[in-house]
Design a protein around this ligand. Structure first.
Ligand code: SF4
Length: 72
């Protein structure tokens, strides 16, 4: 079983604070000069889920949303 969790960032909310990058730099990136975060991966498996959930909770702009396609 490997239902991936879909990660999305609302560019209208993101202020490029970069907290998510600090928590999971393999998924989130703020390129130099960018005003919004860039997703390096749009879906994550269980090993990354905890950090991605922490990033979503830590985001001051509430810009990160997570969606699991199938919830058992
Ligand atoms: S923590 Fe939120 S506001 Fe900051 S870069 Fe990440 S998504 Fe954007």
């Amino acid at each position: 079983m490997s239902a991936k969790t879909h990660v999305a960032v609302d560019p209208g909310r993101c202020r490029a604070y970069g907290l998510c990058v600090t928590i999971h730099p393999d998924v989130f990136s703020v390129p130099a000069g960018s005003s919004t975060v860039q997703l390096l991966r749009e879906a994550v498996d269980a090993p990354d889920l905890e950090d991605v959930e922490e990033a979503a909770r830590a985001c001051p702009a509430r810009a990160i949303t997570l969606r699991t396609p199938e919830t058992p």
